[in-house]
Design a protein around this ligand. Structure first.
Ligand code: NAD
Ligand code: WQD
Length: 337
């Protein structure tokens, strides 16, 4: 059984990916400092997968902890999720973001080279495209200046990976540029755990439906889009998790010294108002919302061209927007219980 180190594996996307890795015959090994997640996730993963997933509590920038893991398990690959991701906070505390997001990648890369652990899947983001001029965005769409220090950490990390591969490193690396992950494991046992007031749309929607928030504000309905609200490419987190497994198995068949980048989205855009109305319809709930002013810095519309990941990795999303919003609500209800 191949052992895959998952940094940030107790978090939202990492925990769902752990499930898919087990399903595909891998043993995930999680390192997480629980800075944005809870230990209970590990028990939930055990319930879902039937596997006692090894867990190391700590910072993945801690080289001696990584050395300990390498002693305990022969690792064949790494999926690097661990990062801070609060866009607003990153503008207030940029160094915290550069230190964690860029610093952890550097430590991991040195560790992987030292141990000849060849395969890395890196969590990048559609945020690297900024406000795109042409839609949908392909992997060749020029990246723009990042809107936030958080966004820039993803751009810088991608550049580091490109430079490393140019230097003839033996590593085989894929950056996945996630669009907007939503939804939860259909069991409702794991999902997204936003800390404080959610910034992202769907957690705000589910918390409003659950009565935790009084009202959802739609940030603008006067954009140049079908109904005036912004457009995003919302992808079910289980589909996103599956993309990591496909990326990993693809890397295993590559010769050393390899880098590529893939968009992971559905290939379709939906407006904020469509999300609200689909949520109401599929869950038979009336959502309390109002139209408010635009959110400064918002991308007006973005969705992915997924031709590359469809053709090269053979990955296709299985879940619809309605499925995602049903699973998000199911998770929120279970959380309330
Ligand atoms: P998350 O916060 O739920 O998960 C990240 C996990 O990493 C958390 O469990 C946190 O405790 C842990 N962590 C952070 N720094 C660490 C460190 N130095 N050492 C060990 N553990 C650490 O976030 P997520 O939504 O699952 O995102 C995972 C990755 O995907 C991140 O790199 C994020 O930037 C990227 N991403 C997320 C989105 C999104 O909308 N959720 C979109 C694009 C990209
Ligand atoms: C989606 C749409 C809002 C909340 C963020 C990060 C980005 C990337 C993806 C990680 C927008 C609208 C939201 C609300 C609203 N993450 N909205 N009312 O803007 O795509 O980007 O997640 O890499 O870096 O910035 O996602 O969920 O914040 O917003 O109307 O209460 O929902 O204006 O149009 P976004 P989001």
């Amino acid at each position: 059984m191949k052992n895959i180190l998952i940094t940030g594996g107790a978090g939202y996307i990492g925990s769902h990916t752990a499930v898919e890795l087990v399903k595909a015959g891998y043993r995930p090994i999680i390192i997480d400092d629980l800075s944005n997640s809870q230990k209970a996730v590990l028990e939930r993963l055990q319930e879902i997968t039937g596997m006692d997933i090894p867990f190391y509590l700590g910072d993945c920038s801690n080289r001696s902890l990584l050395e300990q893991i390498a002693k305990d398990y022969e690792l064949s690959g790494v999926i690097h999720f661990a990062a801070f991701k609060a866009v607003g906070e990153s503008t207030q505390e940029p160094l915290k973001y550069y230190k964690n997001n860029v610093g952890s990648l550097l430590v991991l890369l040195e560790f992987m080279e030292a141990h000849s652990i060849l395969d890395l899947v890196f969590s990048s983001s559609c945020t690297v495209y900024g406000q795109p001029d042409v839609l949908p965005v392909t992997e060749d769409t020029p990246r723009k200046d990042a809107e936030s220090p958080y966004g820039n950490t993803k751009k810088v990390c991608e550049d580091i990976l490109v430079d490393l591969i140019k230097s003839k490193s033996v590593l085989r690396i894929i950056s996945l540029r996630y669009f907007n992950p939503i939804g939860a494991h259909p069991s409702g046992k794991i999902g997204e755990l936003p800390s404080g007031v959610p910034n992202n749309l769907v957690p705000f929607v589910t918390q409003t439906a659950a009565g935790i928030r009084k009202k959802l504000t739609v940030f603008g309905d006067d954009y140049d889009t079908p109904d005036g609200s912004c457009v995003r490419d919302f992808i079910h987190v289980m589909d996103l998790a599956d993309a990591h497994v496909k990326a990993l198995t693809y890397l295993e068949n590559k010769t050393p010294n390899f880098y590529d980048v893939f968009n992971v989205g559905t290939g379709d855009g939906n407006t904020v108002l469509e999300v609200i109305h689909t949520f109401e319809e599929v869950n038979d709930i009336k959502l309390n919302y109002e139209i408010g002013p635009r959110r400064p810095g918002d991308v007006v519309k973005i969705w992915a061209d997924t031709t590359k990941i469809n053709q090269v990795l053979g990955w296709h999303p299985k879940y619809s927007l309605a499925d995602s919003l049903r699973d998000s609500w199911n998770w929120e209800k279970k959380l309330k219980e």
